[in-house]
Structure formats: structure tokens, C-alpha cells
Ligand binder design. Structure first.
Ligand SMILES: Cc1cc2nc3c(=O)[nH]c(=O)nc-3n(C[C@H](O)[C@H](O)[C@H](O)COP(=O)(O)OP(=O)(O)OC[C@H]3O[C@@H](n4cnc5c(N)ncnc54)[C@H](O)[C@@H]3O)c2cc1C
Length: 391
């Protein structure tokens, strides 16, 4: 970096969100600079699954938002020179007990009304389509449009396309200060120099609170740890992506029936993703344990047990590695995509377990905000002001 640079906008954070913001800003003709203290990506976006999910929200605003985010991927996949393995192969939500069945069916009907491509398999149809599923599983809601992708390749591809479109990229550069004058953004100070700008987008995920604090803004995001197991290459164990219906309750931190006290305590709910490499990702857990991103055997064991409960054949699959990541969680589980009381300072963070799937729509909405354009989607419910502490 030159000691002093100028940009129309500085995006801080090169995860899925920041790279998508930089891409859409560059596409709209805004001279953007993307600053990342590591590589693309460095934080949560390299320690997660790759679901572009609509299954994990109940019918309503957030479900429609996730759907709108999903529909943007095919076009962007064509636009990037990096193949990020976008595969809309669908996801099945497994229902394992009578208590959940009624609610699951209600959700299915609600999703149908919203126009989601969903179908319902009873136990017989499920077994015909997925022979390895446990006999105890009663039904499955198929989210036929849900997809998976490689999050690392997505962020890398977005950053480099942004650069091709005129954005400046700075890796291994940390933001250490933001200067304001008369309550407006003036410059971003980094470990490599100063960038003069009128606009800053805070896309720092779990680190968003410390960046916002530089301009005196409180952003209520907490790291919510999740752990993942990776199996060796296994053939034909599961046909596609699956999750358990209890995943929705675990996400909301609700008590669940039919899980061990340990699983309940660690927020373990089954989700699985066969990767293009032939390995299978198995998750996951949910805990608030600060910035601790170290996998732990006691939790990985619960995750493995839960996977065997739904697919007994997982018993024979060897685990080759494990990892943990931090979901940037807001108090209501929805992201913050918002201007703030400091003119020119925007927040695009707090996507919890949906930041990969919501990356493109977030990038586009921030670009529309900066360009004073009518937003693609109503973002009033995602404004920072909804949290009273930040008013
Ligand atoms: C186990 C697990 C599974 C998940 N599965 C899925 C899934 O299947 N689908 C899905 O959509 N989401 C999933 N998520 C959630 C997803 O990982 C996050 O929502 C998403 O990665 C957040 O992206 P981000 O760009 O906001 O944050 P990050 O990827 O963390 O990016 C923030 C960046 O800011 C940088 N930064 C911080 N401070 C500074 C500074 N001072 N200067 C410069 N740079 C800075 C960091 O280095 C980092 O690269 C999962 C998460 C976990 C933990």
C-alpha cells in the first residue's frame, strides 16, 4: 500500500461478506478498497460448512430473505473465473419423532406458500430414496433448491473478480483506527498506511464489535462456536445434504426432546454435507464460549453419535480431521445490514449460521445503499437500531 491512498469506499474484512460487498461495489462502479488482516478468507468463512440454506428458517421474513439470497448464486457463479462448486442438489430435513411431525408439516406448507421448491417424503418414500437412513426417521422435507458450495473458493473468487473490476485488495493488513470529522467518516488507518474515504463497510463478522467501537458504535454480535467432523472419502453413504428438524430448535437455543443432556448442553444437531472431494462434513454444535475456536473431543463425540442416530452406516466411516469456527450471532439471529449514526459507516455482519448463503444478497444490498438505489429486499428489519443498546 502507498502510505496514503484514496477510495470511494473501504470494506473491512475479507470473509464471504466483505468479498461479496467489494464485488458488488466494484460492479456498480464504486472505487472500493478491501482490507483483510489475513488472506481471503481468514475468519469464520474458512471454518464452516458450505450450505446455501433455506431449510433452517421458519416461514416468514427471514426465510424469504434466505430464498432471495439463494437465487443470486447461479448468475454470480457464471461471472467469476474461480469455480466455487455451487451445486443446487437440495437438502433433506429429517423428522425423527411424532412430536415434531406436526410442526414440520406446518413449516412445509408455509414454505410451499412462500413459493419455495419443497416436497414431503413419508417414511416409505424416504427409505426408497435414501436406503442408509435409520428406520426411526419418520419423514423428510426436501428443500429442493438448497445448495452447497466451497466457501473458501467463493470468497477468493469474489475478491479477485472485484479486483478485475477495479477494486484494490490489501491482505495482511489490519485496520487500527477510523478517523471521523463532524460525525462523518474521513479515513481508515491500517498497519500499512492511511486510506482516505467517505465510506466504510464493517464486514468483520465476530470482530465487527471491535471495528464499530473505533467510531463509538455498539454492535451486539457474539461468537457462537460450532464444531465439524470430516470423514475420509466414503462412497454412497448419503445421497445428498441432510439436517435434522431439531436443528431449527438448536439454532434458537431451545430445549429439545430425544437428545442426551450433553447434546442439549452443547447445542448438537445433525447436519451433513458430502463434499466434491468425496469426504463428508458432519456437524454441528452451538455454544457461546468467547473466541475459543478449538475442537473438543467430548463435543465431537456427541456430533458423531448424533450422526449415527440418523445414519447408522456412519459408524464405519473414519474421521480424518475436525475443526471449529465462530458464527457471528446477533441477539435475534438475523444479520445487521445497515447504515449507522456515523455518516458513511455501514455494518454488514452478524449472519450467524447463514453468512455463506447470505453473502451475495448482503453485498448487493450494501452496494444499493451506497448508490442510493431502491433495495432488492426490504432491509428495515435488519437495521442496527432494532437493538435498543445501540440507539
Ligand atoms: C461450524 C460452522 C458451520 C457453518 N455452516 C454454514 C453454512 O453451511 N452456511 C452458511 O451460510 N454459513 C455457515 N456458517 C456461518 C458462516 O461461517 C458465517 O456466517 C460467515 O462465515 C461470516 O462471514 P463474515 O465474512 O461475516 O465473517 P468472516 O469470514 O469471519 O470474515 C471477517 C474477516 O474480518 C477480518 N478482520 C477482523 N478484524 C480485522 C481488522 N482489524 N482489519 C482487517 N481485517 C479484519 C478477519 O480476518 C476475517 O477474515 C457456519 C459457521 C460455523 C462456525
Amino acid at each position: 500500500m502507498n502510505k496514503h491512498e484514496h477510495a470511494d469506499a473501504v470494506v473491512i474484512g475479507g470473509g464471504a461478506i466483505g468479498t461479496a460487498v467489494a464485488y458488488f461495489l466494484a460492479k456498480s462502479g464504486i472505487k472500493a478498497t478491501l482490507v483483510e488482516r489475513g488472506e481471503f478468507p481468514w475468519g469464520s468463512s474458512k471454518r464452516c460448512d458450505g450450505h446455501v440454506a433455506t431449510y433452517d428458517s421458519e416461514p416468514g421474513y427471514f426465510s424469504r430473505f434466505c430464498n432471495a439470497g439463494l437465487t443470486m448464486f447461479p448468475e454470480v457463479a457464471k461471472d467469476l473465473s474461480v469455480d466455487f462448486h455451487f451445486e443446487p442438489e437440495g437438502l433433506g430435513l429429517l423428522v425423527d419423532n411424532e412430536d415434531d411431525l406436526e410442526q414440520a408439516y406446518k413449516n412445509y406448507e408455509g414454505k410451499l406458500k412462500e413459493g419455495s421448491p419443497v416436497s414431503f417424503w413419508d417414511q416409505k418414500e424416504l427409505r426408497e430414496n435414501e436406503p442408509n437412513v435409520a428406520d426411526r426417521v419418520l419423514a423428510c422435507i426436501n428443500f429442493e433448491g438448497d445448495a452447497k458450495l466451497n466457501p473458501m473458493k467463493l470468497a477468493f473468487g469474489l475478491a479477485h473478480k472485484a479486483q478485475e473490476l477495479g477494486a484494490t485488495l490489501h491482505t495482511h493488513t489490519s485496520v487500527v483506527g477510523i478517523d471521523t470529522q463532524e460525525n462523518s467518516v474521513k479515513a481508515v488507518r491500517t498497519t500499512s498506511g492511511t486510506i482516505f474515504t467517505k465510506n466504510v463497510i464493517n464486514a468483520c463478522g465476530v470482530w465487527a464489535p471491535s471495528i464499530s467501537a473505533l467510531v463509538g458504535i455498539d454492535v451486539p454480535i457474539r461468537p457462537r462456536q460450532g464444531q465439524i467432523l470430516v470423514t475420509e472419502r466414503v462412497q454412497s453413504l448419503v445421497g445428498k445434504n441432510y439436517a435434522e428438524f431439531g436443528y431449527l430448535a438448536a439454532k434458537k437455543g431451545k430445549k429439545r426432546l430425544g437428545v442426551t443432556p450433553e447434546m442439549d448442553n452443547y447445542g448438537v444437531a445433525f447436519v451433513t454435507e458430502p463434499t466434491e472431494a468425496g469426504t463428508v462434513l458432519i456437524g454441528s454444535s452451538r455454544r457461546f464460549v468467547g473466541m475459543n475456536a478449538a475442537p473438543e473431543i467430548k463435543i465431537l463425540r456427541c456430533i458423531a453419535q448424533r450422526a449415527e442416530y440418523f445414519f447408522p452406516a456412519y459408524k464405519n466411516a473414519r474421521v480424518i480431521r475436525s475443526y471449529a469456527g465462530l458464527r457471528p450471532a446477533t441477539p435475534d439471529g438475523k444479520p445487521i445490514i445497515s447504515p449507522t449514526k456515523v455518516k458513511g459507516f455501514f455494518v454488514a455482519a452478524g449472519h450467524e449460521g447463514n453468512g455463506i448463503g447470505l453473502s451475495l444478497i448482503t453485498g448487493r444490498l450494501i452496494s444499493e445503499l451506497l448508490n442510493n438505489k431502491e433495495p432488492l429486499f426490504d432491509i428495515a428489519p435488519l437495521h442496527l437500531d432494532r437493538f435498543s443498546s445501540s440507539r
